[in-house]
Design a protein around this ligand. Structure first.
Ligand SMILES: NC(=O)c1ccc[n+]([C@@H]2O[C@H](COP(=O)([O-])OP(=O)(O)OC[C@H]3O[C@@H](n4cnc5c(N)ncnc54)[C@H](OP(=O)(O)O)[C@@H]3O)[C@@H](O)[C@H]2O)c1
Length: 521
């Protein structure tokens, strides 16, 4: 049938699957006076409300130690919304309606009474569903996760849910999930004492990003690309997540974590798993996550020899980022002046399966780099230049596909084009898709999608136990090979550059160069 545009068949009509959380529920935010709540969680819930995606009936209860009333907490959240919301303007009437559902519960997380009071408060809502369908959002230090879950269980607010139960409870946990494999396992065991795996929603906010979700849509709904998505056509893949900020006030936290644990273990390995996974049999959470885990498990083990050859770490010293002077990492607040903690990592990984055998995946991430960007660069194998070579020195570039995840979200494809004129000469040109120009400026924040999915009970965009543990195994092997050895001179980089020279060498030895993300056009 012809696909002409007509009122019944509009051009570029999208496949729409509107999402809405249907069942009435209460979201209890532990850490309600903290940074994450005011900057991300309340704005996300408010936008969901504005979009009509919240359940008909819901409550949000903020739990923290500081003295506040319902009114003072609501006022703070409203102020935060004006500062942090993606729309910047707040409709008064909408806010008033939304805020009527917000309540503040003052208490200490380690105090059993505080949970008894919380349970009583939920009962006062007079709707069994609001008192029993519960999302517990743990926006608190990970050291408190176990305590909260024990207390919730003791207060009978959290039960192991069975199929067919009338009510449900879910736990949303923020990153970092453990600091190595052992601590992640212990934490998993602890959470799973009182909840089933399907009740646990481990956040990696990258998975809430539209562009990251689009990796699967792009791969599995476009035959022309998926046909090429393997060692047959792809020469190598680069994944870059670059930040223009240093550690700022988080020096104390960063000294304990470093880039390998803070960024590589979660965001970059998650992106990698989406790029490399096999098509799942369905979009059901378990099917998608099974394939992601398989991809992670196929990563070739990092022996100390592999680490020496395939991993580069770095640390920034003083420099200039976008015209702004930045101090070196060792001079940052709460950082040891002789610290060897890495603020940059570049890796070469191999995925030893049928599809990817022999294709290097280069991953890099760092702080105080020249541009803030996250992108996947897929470089195809070179064309045999037999035809045009006879016409002169034509430098044909290999095709390259760039998935820009943020900012300037979009996808572009590089190919060779003939320069107009009577002689035969070529130039690489681009086909470009931009989210803004195609869909307008509206892009929901990652936390909107993630909160919606948690309320709807769909764990596809959350990390399963075996995923988080497999990722830790990779990171632990690398860190063990570093063995606490001090950084060498060639591992330092000036703030405002693309990282240490050793990272350039990592690709140069294979005949490649990094594709540095470019500023928005
Ligand atoms: N902020 C972000 O953008 C971000 C991004 C990704 C992940 N995260 C993760 O999210 C979590 C929260 O981060 P955050 O930046 O929001 O931290 P934060 O600003 O330090 O807030 C911590 C919250 O925990 C509460 N709290 C601590 N001890 C408590 C206790 N014994 N009883 C009751 N409440 C207690 C604090 O309440 P009181 O001070 O009132 O006691 C405060 O509301 C962390 O795991 C962090 O790694 C944060």
């Amino acid at each position: 049938m012809a696909e002409d545009a007509s009122p019944l068949n509009p051009p570029l009509a999208g496949l729409e699957m509107d999402r809405k959380a249907d069942e009435p529920c209460t979201i209890v935010i532990f850490g309600a006076s903290g940074d994450l709540t005011v900057r991300k969680l309340i704005p996300a819930l408010f936008h969901l409300y504005e979009e009509g995606q919240m359940p008909e009936s819901f409550r949000v209860v903020g739990f923290a130690r500081r003295e506040k009333t319902d009114e003072s907490w609501r006022a703070e959240m409203r102020e935060g919304l004006e500062r942090y919301s993606r729309t910047k303007t707040v409709d008064d009437a909408q806010w008033e309606q939304f805020a009527a559902n917000l309540a503040y519960h003052q208490g200490d997380l380690t105090d059993a009474e505080a949970y008894v009071d919380l349970a009583a408060r939920l009962k006062e809502y007079g709707d069994e569903r609001l008192a029993n369908n519960l999302v517990f959002y743990l926006a608190i230090s990970p050291s408190l996760f176990g305590e909260v879950v024990d207390q919730l269980h003791a207060a009978t607010l959290l039960r192991r849910c069975e199929e067919g139960d009338s009510f449900w409870q879910r736990i949303v946990v923020e990153k970092p999930f453990g600091h190595d494999l052992q601590s992640a396992r212990l934490l998993n065991n602890h959470l799973l004492r009182h909840a089933r795996e399907r009740q646990i929603f481990r956040i990696d906010h990258y998975l809430g990003k539209e562009t990251v979700q689009n990796i699967m849509m792009f791969r599995f709904s476009n035959a022309i690309f998926e046909q090429l998505w393997s060692r047959e056509a792809i020469e190598h893949v680069q994944i870059t997540v670059s930040e223009t900020v240093g550690v700022g006030s988080r020096g104390g936290y960063f000294e304990e974590s470093g880039t390998m644990r803070d960024m590589m273990q979660n965001h970059l390995l998650q992106i990698l798993s989406l790029v490399a996974m096999e098509p799942p049999p369905s979009l059901a959470a378990e099917d998608v996550r099974n394939e992601k885990v398989k991809a992670l498990k196929s990563i070739r083990a990092m022996t100390p020899e592999n680490v020496a050859q395939q991993v580069v770490r770095g640390q920034y010293f003083a420099g200039t980022v976008n015209g702004k002077n930045c101090s070196g990492y060792r001079q940052e607040e709460k950082v040891n002046p002789e610290s060897n903690v890495e603020t940059y990592v570049a890796l070469k990984l191999f995925i030893d399966n049928w599809r990817w055998s022999g294709v290097p995946f280069y991953l890099r991430t760092g702080k105080n780099l020249p541009l803030r960007a996250s992108e996947v660069r897929v470089q195809f194998r070179p064309t045999p230049n037999v035809l045009f070579a006879a016409q002169g020195d034509l430098d044909l570039m290999p095709n390259a596909l760039t998935l820009r995840l943020q900012p300037d979200e979009g996808i572009s494809l590089r190919f060779n084009g003939k320069v107009p004129g009577n002689s035969i000469s070529s130039r690489p040109v681009r086909m470009h898709f931009g989210y803004d120009s195609e869909f307008g400026a509206y892009t929901p924040e990652a936390y909107e999608r993630l909160l919606l999915e948690a309320m709807a009970g769909d764990a596809t965009l959350f990390i399963r136990r075996d995923e988080v543990e497999t990722a830790w195994q990779i990171v632990d092997d690398i860190r063990a090979a570093w063995g606490g050895q001090p950084l060498t001179n060639h591992e330092f980089y000036a703030a405002g550059t693309w990282g240490p020279v050793a990272a350039e060498d990592l690709l140069a030895q294979d005949g490649y160069t990094w594709h540095d993300p470019q500023p928005a056009l």
